[in-house]
Design a protein around this ligand. Structure first.
Ligand code: SGN
Ligand code: CA
Length: 536
């Protein structure tokens, strides 16, 4: 049966379709669903070859679309990544350099440009940019804990109104996203930003997944006991190790119900008390064995680190399960609604994450595990099912890609590149494509103590400069050393490659206008928050 055409807006005839017959003369403007999670990394996705868990619904998205293997974040932190995605510009241009900033929502973003072009736009879930969303017809964003939101009984700002919902955050955000699509204006295309909180620290699973991995032993990463011997001060002075930084309460959850109730000012108590009592009871039962093992085990040294790693994986991976289910629900719903052909579904995370590699959790560093973003794109009208791409992409490419796919012109000052040619070409990059991804991280001094740095990542090498209170370089030969254990910056054998990379870094910084990192932080302080100074 012929499906009724839903949209009045149609894309002009693409030159390449000219010979394909009259019936294809016009293509509907696609809907866009941009699913983004918080801190979900490719090591925890089976479609990326991850050995830790099975993510069947993410795998389904990859099987029906394209998987990008070289998509990189430009600043591995939530707010900054989100600002880069919205604007298609690097942090030094969009002004949101670290999580203490406030987003200047008056600047053009892809949702605001799509809105002007007739799209209905919405954001549901984590926002984390402090200022109220602009360019959206509807928003429902997490609030609380400076916008990280809560796993249980989460609070939202829904179009300016405060609401608290009962239940588990991933499920609630999914319900809201599905209702939004169901109730949309069917005469116009929509763009929905569907942003989960999970699996952000402190990794609290859905009721049905609490304790699910209690009997599972996960493989340890080869670099769990890395001593960072070839690295400089940045690695040695970080504060994000499983050995030292992990806390007994917030991270490991080593508190009994009685202990939690005895100190109602405790942080773990605050999130525990948001769970309904039956869920609290399930929690108590699931964590009792862990608490006993810890207290009676007398573990120290490497044995203790291995043990903490297992508990970390049990909680983090159990939290990922709800996200995978959410994607399955969405894909099924799109099929039922007849929206599965003309909707672009994207899955990504605001950055990658360390799952014990180098002994760490968290992100921030320009190392593989957190610089790489998952990126899956399903759009059957254009993308060959089950294809992959190794083109070097960045999160600033998302905005121009969506505009391009919607047939809306891309503003000249957008710094990213449209991925449309890559999507159309089975994953192959067009001639003249960029040779390196650029990176610049600013949040220091701050939580986790990761020093400021910038650098480039080519297909085979990585060059990093740590600056601010230090001046140190690192370079990795990714072909020979994919785990980045051997810093070859000072190795005479690599002198030629180093010089080439240094020139490419300079060229890249000139191209993007980030030539003086300290100076380019054009910010105004208001209290403890920073705003972009547009007068300079
Ligand atoms: C919180 C976490 C940090 C995390 C930042 C930023 N601490 O502050 O571990 O790095 O968020 O994460 S916690 O004690 O509150 O869990 S981001 O993804 O939002 O940028
Ligand atoms: Ca994040």
């Amino acid at each position: 049966m012929q499906r009724k055409l839903e949209f009045t807006l149609l894309l002009p005839l693409a030159a390449t379709l000219a010979g394909c017959g009259q019936e294809k003369a016009e293509r509907q403007q696609p809907n866009i669903i941009f699913i983004m999670t918080d801190d979900h990394t490719t090591q925890a996705m089976s479609c990326y070859g991850g050995q830790l868990i099975s993510t069947p619904n993410m795998d389904r998205l990859a099987e029906e679309g394209m998987r990008f293997d070289n998509c990189f974040v430009t600043n591995a932190l939530s707010g900054p990544s989100r600002a880069c995605i919205l604007t298609g510009k690097f942090s030094h241009e969009n002004g949101f350099t670290d999580n203490a900033c406030v987003f200047d929502g008056s600047q053009p973003t892809f949702p605001s440009i799509l809105q002007d072009a007739g799209y209905q736009t919405a954001i549901i879930g984590k926002w984390h940019l402090i200022s109220e969303p602009q360019g959206f017809d509807h928003w429902c964003i997490l609030t609380g804990q400076e916008e990280q939101g809560d796993y249980y009984s989460p609070e939202f700002n829904e179009d300016g109104k405060a609401v608290t919902e009962e239940g588990y955050v991933t499920d609630i955000i999914t319900d809201k996203a599905i209702s939004y699509i169901r109730e949309r204006d069917k005469d116009r295309p929509f763009c929905l930003m569907f942003h989960h909180k999970a699996p952000h620290r402190n990794w609290m699973p859905a009721p049905r997944h609490i304790g699910i991995f209690n009997d599972t032993v996960f493989p340890e990463p080869e670099t769990l006991f890395d001593d960072w011997s070839s690295r400089g001060r940045a690695a040695h002075e970080q504060d994000m190790s499983i050995a030292e930084t992990f806390t007994e309460d917030w991270d490991l959850k080593l508190r009994t119900r009685e202990e939690l109730l005895a100190d109602t000012t405790g942080r773990l108590y605050k999130v525990y008390s948001r769970m309904p009592e039956d869920v609290q009871r399930k929690w108590d039962a699931a964590y009792a064995g862990r608490i006993r093992e810890y207290r009676e085990g007398g573990m120290t040294g490497e044995e203790l680190v291995s043990w903490k790693y297992q508990q970390y994986m049990r909680d983090y991976l159990a939290t990922v399960l709800s996200v995978d289910e959410s994607i399955g629900r969405l894909l099924d719903f799109l099929e039922e609604e007849g929206l599965d052909e003309n909707t672009i579904v994207v899955y990504t995370s605001d950055q990658g994450f360390f799952l014990g590699e180098h002994g760490w959790f968290d992100k921030r560093f320009m190392y593989e595990e957190c610089q790489r973003m998952p990126l899956l794109v399903r759009y059957p009208e254009m993308i060959k099912a089950g294809s992959t791409s190794d083109a070097i992409c960045m999160n600033i490419d998302f905005a121009p890609t969506f505009l391009d796919l919607a047939g809306v012109s891309i503003p000249d000052d957008i710094q990213g590149e449209s991925l449309k040619p890559v999507l159309e070409n089975g994953g192959r990059e067009p001639d003249g494509w960029r040779k390196a991804a650029y990176y610049h991280y600013y949040e220091y001094p701050a939580e986790h103590s990761v020093k400021r740095h910038y650098g480039i990542r080519t297909r085979d090498f990585k060059l990093i400069h740590f600056y601010n209170d230090i001046d140190e370089w690192e370079m990795y030969d990714l072909g020979k050393d994919p785990r980045e254990l051997n810093n070859v910056f000072g190795d005479p054998e690599y002198a030629g490659t180093r010089d080439t990379l240094m020139s490419l870094l300079k060229e890249t910084q000139e191209k993007y206008g980030d030539t003086d990192p300290d100076e380019r932080e054009r910010v105004l302080f208001k209290g403890d928050r920073r705003y972009l100074d547009r007068t300079r």
